[in-house]
Design a protein around this ligand. Structure first.
Ligand code: URA
Length: 232
């Protein structure tokens, strides 16, 4: 690809900034000063601007520990939204959350600009497992009904799922689908009320315990491989 394309795709410089930087001798390719903005480069080349090496990756994959009060969106007029928690540099990319968490749900959220992977992870055909920990107002009962599938809003019968009771008021639930307010609705259908909800795992990737609420990190190469392997 062209050098200026490399620099604009990595959100390092716009094409016109790239041309100026090249003229000023600020860009190097494998250690040699670049003289032409349209020179051909490989994504594996070591390209630096003012000494800073620019890593190329086609897509970005981020793990965020979503705090309460943020909406799972890329824009919102009335509430803070999750992409605002990312660095200024990352906010230049078209990152979006893979699936939604309610405003008051916390925990693991994956953000990416890889539309195809996100689509596959969310498609009913491949529906990836998601594990949530929740606390209820009343003791947790009728888990066999929840596991078998239960009627929620609009008469929808939820798919079979797993419920692991942790204590009188707390449990973990593994879902392979994501209907609107699904867990709240399911617990509502058995006469209970969810008072705390956290996603702790998404498609075999656990929430990194070192991330505080509101913190994020890039996914590791192994985690990206795990996400891709869900698409088979
Ligand atoms: N179920 C809910 O009720 N809320 C979420 O955010 C996710 C699953």
């Amino acid at each position: 690809m062209r050098l200026d394309k490399f620099l604009s795709e990595t959100k390092t410089l716009t094409r016109s900034e790239a041309s100026k930087a090249v003229k000023r001798g600020e860009v190097t390719v494998n250690g040699a000063v670049a003289t032409k903005t349209n020179m051909s480069v490989e994504t594996t080349d070591s390209i630096a601007v003012r000494g800073r090496v620019i890593e190329y990756s086609e897509f970005r994959y981020i793990m965020l520990n979503k705090p309460e009060g943020y909406v799972s969106a890329t824009d919102d007029k009335s509430a803070p939204y999750v992409t605002q928690l990312l660095s200024e540099e990352l906010q230049k990319f078209d990152l979006f959350p893979v699936g939604r968490l309610d405003k008051y749900t916390v925990g693991l959220m994956i953000l990416t600009d890889d539309g195809k992977l996100a689509h596959n992870l969310l498609s009913p055909k491949h529906h990836a497992e998601k594990v949530y920990r929740f606390r209820c107002e009343k003791p947790i009962e009728r888990t066999d009904e929840l596991e078998a599938g239960i009627h929620i809003e609009g008469g929808y019968l939820t798919k079979p799922c797993k419920v692991k009771v942790l204590s009188e008021y707390e449990a973990e639930i593994t879902l392979t689908e994501g209907k609107y307010h699904q867990i709240k609705q399911m617990l509502g259908a058995v006469g209970n009320k969810v008072v705390y909800l956290e996603r702790i795992r998404f498609a075999d990737i656990p929430l990194d315990p070192s991330l505080e609420r509101g913190e994020w990190r890039m996914l590791t190469a192994d985690e990206i491989k795990t996400l891709r392997s869900q698409n088979k």
